[in-house]
Design a protein around this ligand. Structure first.
Ligand SMILES: *[C@@H]1O[C@H](CO)[C@@H](O)[C@H](O)[C@H]1NC(C)=O
Ligand SMILES: *[C@@H]1O[C@H](CO)[C@@H](O)[C@H](O)[C@H]1NC(C)=O
Ligand SMILES: *[C@@H]1O[C@H](CO)[C@@H](O)[C@H](O)[C@H]1NC(C)=O
Ligand SMILES: *[C@@H]1O[C@H](CO)[C@@H](O)[C@H](O)[C@H]1NC(C)=O
Length: 224
């Protein structure tokens, strides 16, 4: 009775494994990590031939008990082990198993993305006409940036945040955070002061006005 119930279920499972080529989203890891790429089969005893490939290049091959190629280690569960992983190990991993009759019984695909942790960014202040441009550096194509103004999340998601003089009050503090899938770091706050801003902003105190005038003066002197 039990067998009658489990057999169709097993066949279904095997069909799912053989037909459904499931591509998962990336497994994100940091450079230097140990990574286990799971094979995930339940019936490992039935595996008579096993192949692992990385970006379509074969990296592991076992037939019966004979390991014929092992560029990578494989554990008891036929999962691929990558010690001290580097960026060149990113990409697609494909594991395939056949039974003793040569039928495909398991096939899996995993994407691995190896990233370096982001470096601590800095906000570069550049006074421009009618405001200030803040640039978050360094950035690379794997990271995203977010901005904070006075401790509150600001709108920008680009490396350069333009703040118009009308949005900029004296004492406003800005910071950016750079993150990728494995890390995130924030810059120290900057308090941009631009002469253009100074003349348009409401001046809180005479001291500040003096300060701004000094800055304008310094700028003019700098230009000469
Ligand atoms: C192999 O899989 C079993 C069952 O999922 C698990 O308990 C065991 O820890 C795994 N062995 C290794 C070396 O990962
Ligand atoms: C292998 O093939 C034989 C004959 O076709 C069949 O009886 C047996 O069940 C098969 N074994 C597996 C593991 O598929
Ligand atoms: C990011 O840039 C590097 C080289 O600078 C390149 O090799 C890589 O493919 C790029 N990644 C993306 C997701 O564009
Ligand atoms: C300032 O930022 C704006 C918006 O990103 C950009 O269009 C403009 O070219 C920048 N100005 C300078 C001088 O870099």
């Amino acid at each position: 009775m039990l067998q009658n119930l489990t057999l169709p279920l097993l066949i279904n499972l095997i069909l799912m494994f053989t037909t459904g080529k499931f591509v998962s989203s990336c497994i994100y890891k940091e450079v230097g990590d140990k990574v286990v790429i799971p094979f995930g089969g339940e019936n490992i005893e039935a595996y008579k031939e096993l192949r692992w490939s990385h970006n379509k290049r074969r990296v592991y091959y076992k037939r019966g008990l004979h390991i014929k190629l092992n560029e990578f280690k494989v554990d008891q569960n036929e999962s691929l082990i990558l010690e001290n992983v580097q960026k060149d190990k990113s990409g697609e991993y494909n594991g395939i198993a056949y039974n003793k009759n040569g039928s495909l019984i398991n096939s899996i695909v995993h994407q691995l993305c190896v990233q370096e942790p982001v470096s601590e960014p800095m906000v570069i202040v550049m006074c421009v006409e009618k405001g200030v441009n803040l640039t978050c550096k360094p950035m690379n194509n794997e990271s995203v940036v977010s901005w904070m103004k006075n401790g509150i999340k600001a709108k920008g998601t680009q490396a350069v945040l333009h703040v118009s003089s009308s949005e900029l009050k004296s004492g406003d503090k800005f910071s950016c955070t750079v993150s990728n899938k494995i890390s995130q770091k924030s810059a120290k706050d900057v308090e941009p002061v631009c002469s253009d801003t100074g003349s348009h902003a409401t001046i809180a105190s005479e001291d500040e006005e003096m300060e701004i005038q000094k800055i304008c003066l310094r700028r003019q002197q700098g230009k000469q």
